[in-house]
Each structure stands twice: as C-alpha cells, then as structure tokens.
Design a protein around this ligand. Structure first.
Ligand SMILES: C=C(OP(=O)(O)O)C(=O)O
Ligand SMILES: [Mg+2]
Length: 564
C-alpha cells in the first residue's frame, strides 16, 4: 500500500502575491542542438530512419492544428501557420536527404535542414525574417518528437495547474493562458527579472528561486503556492489545502485612499506602460500615475515617433486621470530597452553606458521633441503633470533637466533616483528637482552590481538588501532636508511588506502595477506609521536581504491574516 508523503515546504522568493491550490505541471526543458556529425550506425535501416521524419512531421502538424482549433484570434492563426511549416514538404525532403545521403541521425538531419530554411528566410528580410522564430519552434518540436521528449513550450492541459520550471522567459509569462496557469513556481530567477515583473503585472501568483523545486516535483503532484510568503508546499495536508482555499477566495479592492492605520496619507499610484493601460489603472482606483513609461511608443521603431503621435498617446493617459497626478518619465532608452536610433549596440556594458537621460547629450532633439509633446498634451488636458528623467547620476544633470523642462513650461520637474550616486547626493539634487522617484529595480542593480537581466546573479537582485534600503533612506533624508516629496516606483513598491518598510523610511508615495494596489493598501491600513518606522529600522539593521525580509514578515502578522 502506498502512503502519501508528508507535506514539504520549499522556500523561495514570493514575487507576486496570492495563494493557489492546484496540481503541478512541469515545463519541459528546452531542446538542445543534437551533436553535429552524429550519424546512423553503418548497418542501420536508412529508409526507416527517413520515414521517422515524415511521421514526426505529421504528428507535430496534427498537434499544432489541434492546439489551433482550441485557441482563438491571433493565437489560432499563429498556430495554424506554424503547423503549415511543420508539414512543409521542402523541409521534410531536405531532412530526408541528409539521412539518405549524409547518413545523419534524423534529429540532426532535421536540425540542419531547419537551419538552412531559417537562413534563407532571414536573408529575404522583412516579414519572411520574422518567420525564422516559427521555423525554430517547429525544429524544436520535431527534435523533441524524434528523441522521445515532451513537446517544448507550456504543456496543454484541460484542467488548471501550477507551472513549475527551472526558469521562464518573459515572453512565455507574457502569453500564459491565465485560465489554465493559476500560478508559477521556478527554481531559478530573481525578483526584479522581467519574468517576475510580468507575473505581478498579469496577477499570476509566483514564487521564484525555490531551489531544487523542479527536482522534487513530479507532474500531477498537488501544490499550495503562496506568492506572498514565497513558499511552495508539496503534498499539503487537508488543513493546509482548506486554509489556502479560504484565503484565495478573499477578493480585495482598493478604495482610492492610501493611508496608514493612524491616518498618515500615502499616495498609492499606478505604473503605466502602454497608454491603453491607463483606463485599467483608473478603474483600480489608483490615486494617480506614479510612473508612465513612455518607452512603449518608441520601441521597435527605426526613428522616434513624431510630436503629434506622442501628444495623442500622452493625452490618452492624462485624460484617464483628469484632475489627478500623472508622473511621466522621459525616454529611458538603452540597456534593457534598446532603441537603435538612440543607443549603440556595441557597448561592452550597456547598463553602465549611454542610457536614459544620457542619450540626450548626443540626441538633444529627441528629448526636446518629447518635452514639447508632453507640454502640449498637458496643456490640452486637466491632469496634474509631473515630468521626470531616468538615470540621473549628477547634480548637474538634474539642474539641466529641470531647466529644460522650465523652458517648455513644465514646472514640476523631478528625477528618478536609480543610480547610487544620485541617492547619496539627493539633498543637492533636490535643491533643483521638485521631487524624486526611486527606481528600486535599477537602484538594486547598481547597488549590488548585479545585472537585472542575468539569472546567474538574480539572488543578489533583491531590493530588501539593507544596502539598497540605506540608499532609499539617504534619498528620503535629502527629500526631507529640501522639503521635497520622495516616492518609489520600482517593483519594491508592489510588495506589501516592503511597502511598509519604504513608508517607514520616509517615502510618501508608492507606484505599482494596479493589481498590487489593494494588497499594499490593506497592509498599510493595518500598520501605524510608528510601526512602519520600527520595521524600517529592523530592515536597515539586518545583515542580508533574506534576514530583512524574514524579520519584517515575522513582525507583521497581518500578512498571514490577509494571506499575503
Ligand atoms: C522603475 C524603474 O524603471 P525601469 O524598471 O523602467 O528601469 C526602476 O528602475 O525601478
Ligand atoms: Mg529604471
């Protein structure tokens, strides 16, 4: 008789709150290139090996067509188009030749044939070049089929599940079907990687860096994922399941008035990317926009959009927040947001190179046009428009930016504090700038010297680190000295326990994905400002990020009561 294993809790980092009880589905590991030159045994049946390619092509086509039939809209079209590539007689014939003439094993033959087709498409450019990704997708599916492995990509299931993986690419998280994938749990990854940011933005509970998780879980195991506490419970007992379900059922909303238990106001604002997101942010009762990332209008283009086009995009956001505050950030090109017309692709260290406000030295016209557009849009709407520059690192840059804004009639001009130098001289910078907004994603990257995009150093990319918190404290001291408000618009603001610490350090506004507003508001409302300050002291005194997180969480029982 088999007995159920006892519950096991695997600890990771909670990056998107929420509790989920569901079976696990493991993400297959990516297909790797079969060794070059791998050939069939001399006495092998070549015709049979070649026939396996035709059969694999038929199976992959059928699976893709079936997936397309249960999808809708663009997804269905893409899947049908990919199915057609899998059935493409040229690709299959080329692979068959490589088996019959070069005696390659089928998977290697498919790999090489697909590479050749992909190279031809890439050379044609334009829409053809865009199909190379689909050809690689088909190649990987064929190789997986021929080597007896599960198809790559997110497995299809009829029932909702928790997706367990070593790590997930941001593109995968961006396209997950949230009716099926109820939570994400990964053994690698970090809290400021785009995967975590996207999970939070899409409201998918997520735990990352749960070491060894993918090794301990098998498909179908029941899991309780707690995206707030950062735990994954394997084989939960009945009581754990009942508690998680009860907490998951609680729906919270934000009443549009952020404050602590003793009534201290803390503005709870929304981060907005695409202008169309502004409506949802207003519907979630955000008190304003704390970070409007204007990059959206500039990405994937050969040149900056014209002034009129910018004006209409900015007006869309200002209109959604009529009469309320909207902090618009000028273009943050470079590093994780490359824009070929502004940034070079041959810098050895793009995160330390010409990015953000620094691009204005060589291309002042792009910033000038943007400020013209912001001023026109502000003039046409009633929002209270604040403008800020990304990647400010010196007092001179801040002074220059504020003066430029003033020439456009934009009187509330501030800076993002995301470089340690700016945090350390915040008092001087805020003698010029009207406000500061701390970008904890980059501030963490630069304080810890840990590339925010690099999984191998993700464990260092943690805004809970006391070094990062000291920089926040220093910025708040600078703000207090000059009587200027300091907010936070990095991902740290969306983590309820960390939000409490930030308020305790002196931050007066928090800007986040609209989905996080209700949770952050609920925890703040249960905590007095005196308690916020005490918890901030505990976090500053901690030795490590883990230490700070655990100490604060243990001292905030309201988190467990709210299931966060
Ligand atoms: C808000 C920030 O800006 P971005 O994530 O767009 O770099 C940040 O760095 O924290
Ligand atoms: Mg930044």
């Amino acid at each position: 008789m088999s007995s159920t294993p006892p519950p096991t809790v695997v600890h990771g980092l909670g990056v998107s709150p929420g509790r989920v009880v569901a079976p696990a589905v493991l993400m297959p590991s990516p297909v790797t290139e079969p060794p070059s030159g791998r050939r069939l045994a001399p006495n092998a049946d070549h015709a049979a090996a070649a026939e396996r390619i035709s059969q694999a092509s038929e199976r992959v086509r059928a699976a893709l067509d079936e997936a397309a039939d249960s999808a809708t809209g663009d997804a269905a079209d893409v899947l049908h188009a990919t199915a057609a590539i899998a059935a493409d007689p040229t690709l299959v014939a080329d692979a068959v030749h490589r088996v019959m003439d070069d005696h390659l094993v089928p998977e290697r033959a498919v790999w090489e044939a697909a590479e050749e087709v992909a190279a031809q498409f890439a050379a044609l450019g334009g829409l053809f070049a865009e199909r190379t990704r689909d050809i690689h997708d088909v190649r990987d599916r064929l190789v997986a089929d021929l080597t007896g492995r599960p198809a790559p990509g997110v497995p299809q299931r009829d029932e909702p599940f928790v997706l367990v993986a070593v790590d997930l690419a941001p593109a995968v998280v961006a396209t997950l079907d949230t009716d099926r994938v109820l939570a994400i749990a990964t053994s690698a990854g970090g809290p400021t990687a785009h995967t975590a940011i996207l999970a939070r933005a899409r409201g998918i509970p997520a735990v990352v860096a749960a070491r060894g998780l993918d090794q301990q879980v098998t498909d179908g195991d029941l899991l309780v994922v707690d995206g707030g506490a950062g735990t994954v419970t394997l084989h939960p007992d009945d009581e754990q399941v009942a508690r998680a379900k009860a907490l998951a059922a609680v729906e919270r909303t934000f009443d549009g008035d952020g404050r602590t238990a003793d009534g201290r106001r803390v503005e709870l604002l929304a981060n907005v990317g695409a202008p169309a997101d502004a409506e949802a942010a207003a519907a979630a009762r955000a008190q304003g926009v704390g970070l409007f990332r204007t990059e959206f209008e500039f990405l994937d283009r050969d040149e900056a959009p014209g002034i009129d086009e910018q004006v209409s995009a900015y007006r869309q956001v200002f209109a959604a927040f009529a009469g309320r505050k909207v902090v618009i950030r000028t273009l943050d090109a470079g590093a994780d947001k490359p824009m070929p017309f502004l940034t070079s692709d041959d810098e050895a260290n793009p995160a330390l190179g010409v990015r953000g406000l620094r691009t204005a030295t060589a291309h002042p016209d792009v910033l000038e046009d943007q400020l013209t557009a912001i001023a026109r849009a502000a003039e046409a709407e009633t929002a209270d428009v604040w403008v800020m520059a990304p990647m400010v690192s010196t007092v001179a840059e801040a002074g220059d930016f504020v003066a430029r804004c003033a020439r456009h009639g934009l009187s509330t001009a501030g800076v993002m504090v995301e470089v340690p130098s700016a945090a350390l001289v915040a008092d001087r910078i805020l003698a010029h700038a009207a406000f500061a907004s701390i970008g904890t994603n980059d501030l963490t990257q630069y304080a810890m010297a840990a590339d925010r995009l690099l999984g191998a150093v993700a464990h260092l990319s943690d805004a809970w680190h006391p070094a990062v918190l000291r920089l926040v404290a220093e910025t708040c001291r600078g703000g207090a000295a000059q009587g200027r408000p300091v907010g936070v618009c990095g991902e740290a603001a969306a983590v309820p326990a960390l939000a409490v610490v930030l308020v305790g350090l002196g931050v007066s506004s928090l800007s986040m994905t609209p989905r996080a507003l209700a949770d952050v508001a609920a925890v703040l409302q249960a905590t007095t400002s005196q308690e916020c300050a005490r918890l901030a002291g505990l976090a500053l005194a901690a030795e490590s990020a883990e230490d700070a997180r655990e100490t604060v969480r243990a001292a905030l029982p309201v988190l467990a009561e709210l299931g966060l």
